[in-house]
Design a protein around this ligand. Structure first.
Ligand SMILES: Cc1cc2nc3c(=O)[nH]c(=O)nc-3n(C[C@H](O)[C@H](O)[C@H](O)COP(=O)(O)OP(=O)(O)OC[C@H]3O[C@@H](n4cnc5c(N)ncnc54)[C@H](O)[C@@H]3O)c2cc1C
Length: 411
């Protein structure tokens, strides 16, 4: 059997490893635009200068050789022909397959703001080559504008501040990291980043830019009229699943590749895993999906179980925060808060179910919260604050099936 995997990152590498374990004699080929395996989550360590490119590699040097995996590195897939079971590369080569995994992740998105898509000094941050470009731009620069204050924008700001660059951060929302944090949890981060050399422009939108004769943006103007001079721009305004090369393949896509619960696409011998499948955009989920898809490519029937749900951990300047679930409070929700000197906790309860939790400072009990959110365990009827609950409140708990039985008197 010939397995072909597009992508050499969290999903693709995990899939290749799993197939090798399950099918010692099958042929495995990985093709990736990346020329080096690396962790996207560690790009800021490269950008800050704390790690080399090799220092963010997450596989052993002999990984491909030892696992007998053919790796076509630095090769971009141009087109997939599902009728002929062939993948066409940019270089003109064709790679045949019996089973195909699409693990091509996502691409950063540059909004159609004046000059943003044409200028030479506007960068996204998705992979090592992006970090290398930003690193080069940072040499000899003093000021940068970062559009977007989500986790990627803050990663970039954190690294660039360490290199002595002043970062002006523009955010449409009224607080930083709005998908994960509320105003209370965002404030200490804003203070820490400000101390490190960042200036924040919240509830603001980039509206225009001035470009010089060399094609570099020299200032960004905001809707309020504020003008931010800069040497370069980093855009951290979201990502889009990398599905462009699937056009005309017959593989069904919407915003992402459409998959069933076995991560199979509408084409029988094609699966998708990781960010390209659009289920969640975090590393551990991409790995888990890569593993599940691989097992199914080996002929089993393993449904994908999302162990982590929507989970983001951040640690900047020694302050750790965990955000679990979807942070979209609605009318009628109950929002409960517990604060102490060193910690802040906030939970959103919708119809008695915890839909989002912020744990800042003290993230103990995180596994328990993860289970509550993921399995949508009803807690509203309990005569105890949600912050005082723990596994001890169950007499039966089956993590595999998310079965919780309460050990408490119920109304
Ligand atoms: C700066 C940054 C920080 C992050 N921090 C965290 C974090 O702290 N925690 C967390 O959980 N998640 C984090 N993430 C998200 C996490 O990195 C992604 O969820 C994860 O990388 C998804 O893995 P993937 O294998 O699906 O795709 P990707 O990592 O995007 O890899 C896609 C692979 O496909 C290849 N590829 C794409 N298109 C083609 C093509 N046409 N032809 C050939 N090859 C192709 C690429 O070269 C690459 O090898 C971060 C992301 C970024 C950018």
């Amino acid at each position: 059997m010939r397995h072909l995997i597009i992508g050499a990152s969290a999903a693709g590498i995990t899939a290749a490893k799993t197939i090798r374990q399950w099918e010692p004699d099958d042929e495995i080929t990985v093709v990736s635009a990346d020329t080096q395996v690396h962790s996207r989550c560690m790009l800021h360590h490269f950008l800050s200068g704390h790690r080399t490119a090799e220092g963010i590699n997450f596989v052993a040097e002999d990984f491909f050789e030892k696992n007998r995996i053919r790796w076509l590195k630095g090769e971009r897939v141009d087109r997939v022909d599902t009728a002929a079971n062939l993948v066409h590369l940019d270089c003109g080569a064709e790679v045949p397959y019996d089973r195909l995994l699409i693990a091509s992740g996502a691409n950063f998105f540059i909004p159609p703001l004046p000059n943003f898509r044409e200028a030479k000094n506007v960068y996204g941050l998705r992979d090592l080559s992006d970090a290398q470009k930003i690193s080069k731009a940072a040499e000899g620069s003093k000021r940068c504008v970062i559009v977007g204050s989500g986790l990627v924008g803050l990663d970039a700001a954190n690294a660039l501040c360490e290199r002595g660059i002043s970062c002006a951060i523009v955010e449409m929302a009224d607080r930083i990291c709005p998908l994960q944090l509320d105003a209370v949890a965002a404030k200490p981060y804003q203070e820490l980043f400000s101390k490190a050399g960042c200036t924040f422009y919240l509830a603001e939108k980039a509206a225009g830019s001035e470009i010089d004769a060399q094609g570099n943006i020299v200032s960004i103007s905001l809707e309020s009229g504020t003008v931010l001079p800069c040497d370069f721009v980093v855009v951290a305004a979201g990502v889009r699943p990398a599905i462009g090369f699937l056009e005309g393949s017959g593989i069904k896509t919407g915003r992402a590749v459409e998959v069933d619960r076995y991560l199979r696409t509408n084409i029988e011998n094609v699966w998708a895993a990781g960010d390209v499948a659009g289920i969640t955009g975090i590393w551990p989920n991409a790995m888990e999906q890569g593993e599940t898809a691989a097992k199914n490519m080996c002929g089993t029937e393993v449904p994908y179980e999302n162990t982590y749900g929507m989970k983001n951990t951040m640690n900047f300047y020694g302050l750790t925060t965990l955000s679990l679930g979807i942070n979209t409070p609605q009318e009628g929700d109950e929002v409960v808060v517990r604060e102490s000197r060193d910690s802040y906790k906030r939970a959103i309860l919708r119809n008695g179910v915890v839909t989002h939790v912020i744990l800042q400072g003290d993230i103990s009990n995180a596994g328990f919260w993860q289970e509550l959110v993921k399995h949508q365990i009803p807690v509203g009827h309990l005569k105890k604050s949600v912050f005082d609950l723990s596994y001890a409140d169950f007499y039966q708990y089956d993590p595999k099936h998310g079965l919780f039985e309460w050990n408490l008197p119920q109304e």
